[in-house]
Design a protein around this ligand. Structure first.
Ligand SMILES: Cc1ncc(COP(=O)(O)O)c(C=O)c1O
Length: 401
C-alpha cells in the first residue's frame, strides 16, 4: 500500500527539537521544558472521592453526553466567570477537550486557508502548529513588556486585513508577560473598529503571584458581552486542577459558539462526560480558591528560587524576564548563541529546556529559550540548574561571562 497523506500533515512534521525532547521522557533527564503543573498539588484523594460519587450514579455516568458539555459543570463555570465580570448564558459556552480544542474548533468555523491571523511574536507553539496545519497565514505584531504595540497592530491590520488576532495576554506562554490595561483596551478598540475577532487564550490568568487580580481584567470582561462580543475567551482546568481531565471551555457570541458546537459534533461528538462529571463533583465539594492560593504561593516560591539559582551563576550576558504569574522564564543568551545548538549539550548533562526559535511566526531570535519553573521540586530544580550551567559553560564558554 502506498499512503498518500494530506498537505496539512506537512505542517505537523516532527522537528529536531521535538525529537530531542522525546528522548528525555522517562529518562533521568530533568525537564524544564513542558508547561507542567506540580504533581504534588494534584487533588488526588478528592478526585478519587469525586469519581466514586459519579460512579454511584451507576449507568448514567457512562452514557453519551451533550456536545456542548455537561450542564451542571457549565453552570458552575458560568457562576465563577460572573465573579470576573464575564456574564454568559448556557448557549454562549461550550466545554472542550482542553482549551487546545477551542483553538482547533474556532479555526474550523472562522478561518479558511489563506486567511490571516495576527499574533504575538513569540507565541504559543501549539497555536502556531495548528494555524499552520490549517493553511492560515500568521503575522507577528511588535510588542514590549506591556503587550502588543498598538501602532504596529493598526498598521498590520491595514496591510494584511486579518480575520483574527490571537493573544495570551495574562502570563503568556512563552514569555510570561502580562499586558497592561491600556493595551488590553487598545487591542479591543482597534479590533472592534476593524471587525477583527480576538481569541483570548487564558490558561494562566489564575496563577498570579500577587493579589492584584484587578490589574489583569480579561479582555472579554472589558467588552460588551456575550452576544456581539469581539472576543472569544478560552480557559482551562489544566493548570488549576489537572491537565488529565482534559477540560477547557470557550465563551463568546452565541452564533460563534453554536458554530463551534456543530464543528465539535463532527470532530468527537463530545468530550468525556465522565471527566466533566468527575470534575463537577470535585468542584462542588472542594475549595478551589484555597487550592489555587496554595499553588500560587508555591509557584511564586519556585519562581524566586529558579531566579536565585540562575542569578548565582553570575552570567553577565544572559538575561530573563521577571514573570508576575504563570509558569515560564524567557531567557536570552548572548546574540551569537543558538539555543537549539545548546540543547544537546544540556540533554547530555541531564537537563532539558525548549529553545525559543519554534515560538516565532517569522524570523526567530535563535538565542532565546523557555524554562518552566513550576514542575520541578526544589531539590530537582537545584540539580537541574547545576546541569544547565555546566551545559551553558561548556557550549558558550567565555561568551557568557
Ligand atoms: C497558551 C496555551 N493555550 C492553550 C493550552 C492548552 O491547554 P489545555 O488544552 O491543556 O487546556 C496551553 C497549554 O500549555 C497553553 O500554554
Amino acid at each position: 500500500m502506498e499512503y498518500s497523506f494530506s498537505k496539512s500533515l506537512d505542517a505537523l512534521k516532527s522537528s529536531a527539537v521535538r525529537e530531542i525532547l522525546k528522548l528525555t521522557q522517562g529518562s533521568s533527564v530533568i525537564s524544564f521544558s513542558g508547561g507542567l503543573p506540580a504533581e504534588e498539588f494534584f487533588p488526588v484523594a478528592e478526585m478519587k472521592e469525586a469519581f466514586n460519587r459519579v460512579f454511584s450514579q451507576e449507568k448514567k455516568a457512562l452514557q453519551y453526553g451533550l456536545t456542548d458539555g455537561y450542564i451542571p459543570l457549565r453552570e458552575w463555570i458560568i457562576g465563577r466567570m460572573k465573579q470576573k465580570n464575564m456574564h454568559v448564558g448556557l448557549d454562549n459556552m461550550i466545554l472542550t477537550t482542553g482549551s487546545q480544542q477551542v483553538l482547533d474548533l474556532l479555526s474550523r468555523v472562522y478561518l479558511d486557508p489563506g486567511d490571516c491571523v495576527l499574533m504575538e511574536n513569540p507565541s504559543y507553539l501549539a497555536a502556531i502548529q495548528l494555524f499552520q496545519s490549517r493553511g492560515v497565514r500568521m503575522i507577528g505584531v511588535e510588542a514590549d513588556a506591556d503587550g502588543m504595540d498598538l501602532d504596529d497592530l493598526q498598521a498590520k491590520i491595514a496591510a494584511y486585513r486579518p480575520k483574527m488576532v490571537y493573544v495570551v495576554p495574562t502570563f503568556s506562554n512563552p514569555t510570561g508577560k502580562a499586558w497592561s490595561l491600556e493595551r488590553r483596551l487598545g487591542l479591543l478598540r482597534i479590533c472592534r473598529e476593524n471587525n477583527v475577532l480576538i481569541l483570548e487564550d487564558d490558561p494562566y490568568g489564575e496563577l498570579r503571584f500577587d493579589d492584584s487580580s484587578a490589574a489583569y481584567p480579561t479582555i472579554f470582561s472589558l467588552d460588551e458581552h456575550p452576544n456581539g462580543s469581539a472576543v472569544v475567551y478560552t480557559s482551562t482546568f489544566s493548570k488549576i486542577v489537572a491537565p488529565a481531565v482534559r477540560t477547557g471551555w470557550a465563551m463568546g457570541d452565541v452564533n460563534i459558539i453554536q458554530a463551534m458546537v456543530r464543528a465539535k459534533q463532527a470532530v468527537d461528538l463530545h468530550s468525556s462526560s465522565l471527566d466533566q462529571m468527575g470534575l463537577h463533583e470535585l468542584l462542588t465539594h472542594f475549595d478551589l480558591d484555597s487550592h489555587i492560593a496554595k499553588i500560587r504561593k508555591e509557584y511564586r516560591e519556585r519562581k524566586e528560587m529558579m531566579h536565585h539559582l540562575l542569578t548565582q551563576q553570575g552570567w553577565e550576558e544572559i538575561t530573563w524576564n521577571a514573570p508576575k504569574g504563570g509558569m515560564f522564564f524567557w531567557v536570552e543568551l548572548p546574540e551569537d548563541v543558538d539555543a537549539e545548538q545548546l540543547l544537546p549539550y544540556a540533554v547530555k548533562e541531564g537537563v532539558a529546556f525548549v529553545p525559543g526559535a519554534p515560538f516565532y511566526v517569522d524570523t526567530p531570535k535563535r538565542n532565546t529559550l523557555r524554562i518552566n519553573f513550576t514542575h520541578a521540586d526544589r531539590e530537582t530544580m537545584m540539580l537541574g540548574v547545576e546541569r544547565f550551567a555546566r551545559a551553558v559553560n561548556a557550549y558558550c564558554g567565555q561568551a557568557v561571562r
